[in-house]
Design a protein around this ligand. Structure first.
Ligand SMILES: [Zn+2]
Length: 436
């Protein structure tokens, strides 16, 4: 984002009246409409336009501008373009000397379109281009120099919906409906307290997601917030809605107002770091080598960060022949988690230190009895090993939406879920029709 001093803004305001007249009568084509022709022919000089009676500043030049558009070709520099159109090289130097925006003219790319305006003596008076959809940069001659200013458009949020069904991975399911990997990761992170995206994702799991698309001039420029999402994992449905309390707290909640954020992450590794095939191929030999098996194995590349699944205190940082490098974390009196076969420990992880959920405590390795790099993860309740997914589903949920926010939460949630549901129904009808 380019900022420019207030003085420039004031100047812009003063110039805008004369410029507006030039644009209207000079016939500079809009960028979009000129996109098909590489270079348009010079237009007929515009008829002089009388300044509006209330104009605060008299235009510096009479608005007799010849205008034309030049498109940057592969290998072009701006000086090539100036040459081609007979614009003096001195004017280019003046543009570049105008400041940081001028400096940026030294890096131009094929496809950029420059709108030139020159006076009857063929002096450049005005130059305008759009380095991105968001930004328009303009230069206006003031005597013997150029003033530069940039206008940055804020993208508009437009509601969008997608449905994806998993064939192999969440990433490929998202890509299949035009959602990028970063979006897939955000989607998974909403549910990381409920769904183990490394081990528990199955073919035919599906999602319905309502989100904002960011658009400028009706063109997609990026993904905005995810607003409501339903994820079906192995036949079980999870729903989450985004809620912003207007006081700085934004989070995802169940439709009942329970925070999605819970005391333990289900998987102590980021799924985005691990290809799903990795686990399917390599997990079985490990199980055999570790009977009886009291934990969950995540095959992952050596060096993958391992995260504390919950807030707690480090109890043990040690090495044995069987466990290799391992860590035990205590979470209050009831829960313990163990992380085995690490290649190394994270800096500062030692007994007595407190750790936070998601904090990196070590890195995946193959130390101890391990046939290949993997994390062996154990979850214990009062000293007894349990499947974390089962143990955690019975844990009371902390931090519901506050009672003072309840009405506002219910209203916004009902609207979002109704919208998601109506998209979902249309999608399901459409897929029924397609199957017929
Ligand atoms: Zn294991």
């Amino acid at each position: 984002m380019v900022r420019f001093p207030a003085t420039h803004l004031a100047l812009l305001a003063a110039l805008s009246l004369s410029l507006a007249a030039v644009w209207i009568f000079g016939g500079i084509p809009e960028l979009a409409s000129a996109a098909d022709s590489t270079e348009s022919a010079p237009t007929v000089p515009a008829t002089p336009v009388p300044a509006p009676p209330n104009a605060a500043t008299k235009p510096l030049d009479p608005p007799r501008l010849e205008t034309f558009v030049a498109r940057v070709r592969r290998g072009d520099t701006l000086s090539d373009i100036f040459d081609r159109h007979g614009v003096p090289a001195r004017d280019l130097q003046l543009l570049i000397d105008s400041g940081p925006l001028g400096k940026r003219l030294e890096n131009i790319f094929p496809g950029y379109q420059f709108e030139f305006g020159r006076d009857s003596k063929a002096n450049l008076v005005h130059l305008k281009y759009r380095p991105s959809r968001e930004e328009t940069v303009e230069f206006q001659r003031i005597g013997d120099r150029f003033e530069a200013f940039a206008l940055v458009k804020e993208p508009e949020n437009v509601r969008a919906y997608q449905h994806g069904r998993i064939e192999r991975t969440l990433f490929s399911a998202c890509q299949g409906v035009g959602l990028d990997d970063q979006f897939a990761t955000r989607l998974a992170e909403i549910f990381r307290w409920d769904i183990d995206f490394i081990l528990d994702i199955r073919k035919n799991d599906e999602f319905h997601v309502l989100y904002n698309e960011q658009r400028i001039d009706d063109q997609f420029v990026g993904f905005g917030d995810i607003l409501a999402v339903e994820f079906v994992n192995q036949g079980e449905t999870y729903q989450a809605v985004r809620y912003d309390d207007g006081k700085g707290a934004v989070g995802f909640y169940t439709p009942d107002g329970e925070s999605m954020r819970k005391r333990f992450l289900l998987a102590p590794l980021d799924f985005s770091r691990i290809s799903s095939d990795f686990n399917l191929k390599r997990i079985h030999p490990l199980w055999k080598s570790e009977m009886p098996h009291l934990g969950i194995d995540y095959a992952a590349p050596t060096g993958t960060p391992v995260k504390a699944s919950g807030d707690g205190t480090v109890l043990t940082v040690s090495t044995t022949a069987a466990k290799g490098n391992y860590i035990v974390i205590g979470h209050g009196d009831v829960y313990q988690t163990k992380y085995l076969h690490l290649s190394r420990f994270a800096r500062g992880i030692e007994p007595g230190k407190s750790v936070q959920q998601g904090q990196v405590i070590g890195y995946v390795g193959a130390t101890g009895w391990a046939t290949g790099p993997h994390l062996h993860y154990e979850f214990l309740v009062r000293g007894v090993h349990q499947n974390p997914r089962e143990a955690l589903s019975t844990l009371p949920q902390p931090s519901p939406v506050s009672s003072e926010d309840r009405v506002s939460f219910d209203t916004s949630t009902a609207l979002l879920l109704a919208e998601l549901d109506s998209h979902k129904k249309s999608q399901q009808l459409a897929s029924l029709d397609a199957a017929r």
